[in-house]
Design a protein around this ligand. Structure first.
Ligand SMILES: O=c1ccn([C@@H]2O[C@H](COP(=O)(O)O)[C@@H](O)[C@H]2O)c(=O)[nH]1
Length: 231
């Protein structure tokens, strides 16, 4: 598989659990994501261990701070050899431009993307924090700002993938968590789609955690999802 579409979210409480899972995955078939829990508990060492195993690692720390701080954090993340990292688009254009400058723009530079609205966010939470208009318009606006600030793509719900593709082009990367195979538990996710629906809507990469990691047989769950994408 030359460009695996599945990114397995290694949301584990320690490096041992994450690496045990990773050791069952072929890096040519899936990429992996290190998020806040695993990174806070296990630090850069777990990222290094995954990179050394040949994985494309998405470091999902959603940096959101003043431009100088975010730029330095992004440079540090790039030094870890990650494939992809992210900032939060609500940090604004100056912050995102500083982040892009820090990671560089060569073929070796990591992909830099911006989180728009979290896939766990529903309309009630959107209203609660005082955002105006529709959620889709807000995601499109934030993603447009990200593109204009030099970012390579965004994290969004697959429900927004089609309008984003139409407005921002085919190459602007759409990374979509909130993926739930038919019949699986949504948990705290609100804006969800099945793997098949998400790719059909225009997602470039699918971030999938609990439907795989919380399954009784994680590798079978991953295989079932891969098969569902071949149909
Ligand atoms: O909007 C967002 C941004 C990031 N995430 C992360 O993706 C995974 C999803 O895990 P599931 O278990 O499949 O729900 C998780 O690590 C989140 O931190 C997101 O869900 N939504």
């Amino acid at each position: 598989m030359s460009d695996p579409k599945i990114i397995v979210a290694l949301d584990y409480a320690n490096a041992e659990a994450a690496l045990t899972m990773a050791d069952q995955i072929d890096p040519k078939r899936a990429r992996v994501k290190v998020g806040k829990e695993l990174f806070t508990r296990s630090g850069p060492q777990v990222v290094d261990a995954l990179v050394k195993r040949g994985f494309d690692v998405f470091l999902d720390l959603k940096y959101h701070d003043i431009p100088n701080t975010v730029a330095k954090a992004c440079a540090a993340a790039a030094d870890l050899g990650v494939w992809m990292l992210n900032v939060h688009t609500l940090g604004g254009g100056a912050m995102m431009s500083a982040a892009k400058e820090a990671v560089g723009n060569t073929s070796d530079s990591p992909i830099l993307i911006g989180v728009t609205l979290l896939t766990s966010m529903d309309k009630q939470t959107f209203d609660q924090i005082g955002l105006q208009g529709t959620m889709t318009d807000t995601v499109v606006r934030l993603a447009t700002l990200a593109k204009n600030s030099g970012l390579d793509g965004v994290v969004c719900s697959a429900q927004e993938a089609t309008p984003l593709r139409e407005q921002l082009g085919q190459d602007f990367q759409l990374i979509t968590p909130g993926i739930r195979p038919a019949g699986s538990d949504r948990g705290d996710q609100h804006r969800t789609m099945t793997p098949q629906q998400a790719l059909a809507a225009g997602s470039h990469y699918l971030v999938i955690g609990r439907p795989i990691t919380a399954a009784t047989d994680s590798m079978q769950a991953l295989l079932d999802i891969e098969r569902s994408l071949e149909d």
